[in-house]
Each structure stands twice: as structure tokens, then as C-alpha cells.
Design a protein around this ligand. Structure first.
Ligand code: F6P
Length: 325
């Protein structure tokens, strides 16, 4: 019988600040609790619409609201957290404490999957807080390269937590007794892939170089790429990124012309940045098509970005197409 290290013991052994480990443990415990609520579905009356919209003007599901409250309450009660920001909250929420960390999160990513019993997830990013004053929104606007921890929980056939702290990417599976057990140590992504993930129904709205790139994949071995590609789209970034961490691939949510003033659909601070840190630490790459995501200086809390991430050579193939004109 294999024995697995649990998250508490694993955290203990990490070369990181004890306060940061406390924040990560708090998020992990809350994700385990969220997993229970997600799994109970109709039994707890938590499916369906909440009847409200969030700051992005998206219809909120009941579970968006429930999970946002669960994470917000847990983080406000966690001593080293100076402030939090969520996809579901218009403004940042300072805790009144000074120093420690700022946490940004998407409490339930892919929420259109909830009512069809398909995978959803929670994404989080931890940034350093100012040491000498209460945090304000400007303090959250740090490039992703500043993140001191990031990760996600995926609520699928198994509930898993995938995280990066000082270095490396490690995956934990939630056991029946509520413990997170290290089942996927030192996750790495192969540089080459023949699997892409994109919502092709938007194809006619993409910029010409993106259309060319995807068209090349669709032409398979008869086209410029000289090999056949497979396509997958779960419609929950967490689940698509998880697949890429497990077996490689490329995920794209490019700019499109429907709302030309919006740079993309996905949010920089609590979707693109934490996923980019995980992907890079696993040996992959993450860009907006051309520029490294982790170097983007945020100007707004709910800023959107185009996202191209995954197997390094495939991300480079997109960059080559985008810069070819
Ligand atoms: O947060 C936005 C999100 O739900 C992602 O998780 C997912 O990758 C994407 O939107 C799905 O987009 P679409 O509705 O175009 O399939």
C-alpha cells in the first residue's frame, strides 16, 4: 500500500515563510470544504442562478456567491492576510492588518459547468503586501512575477489541489478524511504537443495570425505543421490547464473582435497570472500571444488579457505566427 505525504507535512518541509504556509493551508482547507459543497449539488440546493450579476456583468450562480463567501471569510480570519480581491467582488477588501500577504482568487472558475456536473475549480494567487501600511487597490497591481504562491483546486472525478510555493509544481488529491495527499510530485510539461484547446466557435472574430495558427493545426499532416492535432475544450480554464499539466497541450483564449476594447476574456490577476506561474514552474510557457504574461504590469484589478499557455514549443509556434504579421 502506497503511503502519501500530507499537505501539512509537505508544507512544513518547504523553504518558505511560516506565515505564507499558513495562508496556503487556509486556502487548501477552504477548497476541501468547497469540494463538499460542490459535490452535494442539488441535495444542498446550491445549483442554479443566484439572480445577481458580478462586476464583470456576468450572471452569478448560487455557487459563485457561496464559494466567494467561504474563501473571503476564511482569508479574513487568517492573520497573515492583509487584503483580498475576488472575481466576484468589485473592490478589494483590506482586512485592516498590515504586512503579510494579499490574495486574489476566482472562487469558482468555469461556473457554466456547475449545472451539468462537469469540472469546475478555484484559482488563487498570493502576493506580498506592503510592510508599513494598510493595503489599497494599487498594492494589488503587481506583475505576476511577484507572486509568492499560486495554485488551483479542480473539482472533478477527483478533487485535486495543484500549487507552487518556492519552486516546482506539486499536486495533492483530497482523501475521504479531508486530508490533501501528495499524489503528483514535481509536475512537468513536455515541450512538444499535438493537442490544442480553444473555443473554435469564435474563429471568425480572431485576428488573422491566430486564425492562421489554428488553421495550421486543423490541416494536420497535410498542412504547414506536418502533423495531426487533437482538440479538447472543457470550458473551465482550471480543467483545461490541469490536462496540460498532466499530459501537455496548449490553451488559447485570444483577443477577438466582438468587443475590440477588451484585450481578452480571461482575467489577469486571478486567472492568467496564477496559471502562468504554475505553467512556467512546470517548464511550460505563458504569453498573451507574444509577451510573457508574468511581466505584464496590471493597471486595473479586473483587467483582462489574451492567454496562450502550455507546452513551450507550441507557445513559441503561436508567437512566431503572431509576429509574422
Ligand atoms: O472564467 C472564464 C471561463 O469560464 C474559463 O474558465 C473558460 O476557459 C472560459 O471562460 C470558457 O469560455 P467559453 O464560454 O468561450 O467557452
Amino acid at each position: 500500500m502506497t503511503t502519501f505525504v500530507d499537505l501539512a507535512a509537505w508544507l512544513e518541509a518547504q523553504p518558505a515563510d511560516a506565515a505564507l504556509k499558513d495562508v496556503v493551508a487556509t486556502i487548501a482547507k477552504t477548497c476541501a470544504d468547497i469540494s463538499g459543497v460542490v459535490a452535494s449539488g442539488a441535495l444542498s440546493g446550491s445549483l442554479g442562478a443566484a439572480g445577481s450579476t458580478n462586476v464583470q456583468d456576468e450572471e452569478q450562480k448560487k455557487l459563485d456567491v457561496i464559494t466567494n463567501d467561504m474563501l473571503s471569510d476564511a482569508l479574513k480570519a487568517c492573520a497573515p492576510v492583509a487584503g483580498l480581491a475576488s472575481e466576484e467582488l468589485e473592490e478589494v477588501e483590506p482586512t485592516g492588518r498590515v504586512g503579510g500577504f494579499l490574495v486574489t482568487f476566482d472562487p469558482l472558475d468555469g461556473s457554466s459547468n456547475i449545472d451539468i456536473n462537469a469540472p469546475v475549480g478555484t484559482i488563487f494567487s498570493v502576493l506580498p503586501a506592503p510592510a508599513d501600511q494598510a493595503a489599497v487597490e494599487a498594492d494589488f497591481l503587481q506583475p505576476g512575477a511577484n507572486q509568492v504562491a499560486a495554485g488551483y483546486a479542480v473539482y472533478g472525478p477527483q478533487t485535486m489541489l495543484v500549487l507552487t510555493l518556492a519552486d516546482g509544481v506539486n499536486g495533492f488529491t483530497l482523501a475521504a478524511d479531508g486530508q490533501w495527499l501528495l499524489t503528483h510530485p514535481a509536475i512537468t510539461i513536455k515541450p512538444d504537443t499535438a493537442e490544442f484547446a480553444i473555443n473554435v466557435s469564435n474563429q471568425r472574430h480572431w485576428a488573422a495570425p491566430m486564425r492562421r495558427y489554428v488553421d495550421g493545426c486543423l490541416q494536420g499532416k497535410d498542412g504547414p505543421r506536418g502533423k495531426n492535432f487533437n482538440m479538447r475544450w472543457v470550458a473551465a480554464m482550471v480543467a483545461d490547464v490541469h490536462r496540460i499539466l498532466m499530459r501537455g497541450g496548449i490553451f488559447l483564449y485570444p483577443w477577438d473582435a466582438r468587443e475590440p476594447d477588451k484585450p481578452g476574456k480571461l482575467r489577469l490577476m486571478y486567472e492568467a497570472n496564477p496559471m502562468s506561474l504554475l505553467i512556467e514552474r512546470a517548464g511550460g510557457a505563458s504569453t498573451d500571444g507574444v509577451t510573457r504574461t508574468l511581466d505584464v504590469q496590471p493597471t486595473k484589478l479586473h483587467q483582462r488579457v489574451p492567454v496562450v499557455l502550455g507546452s513551450a514549443n507550441e507557445v513559441e509556434a503561436v508567437r512566431a505566427e503572431m509576429t509574422a504579421g
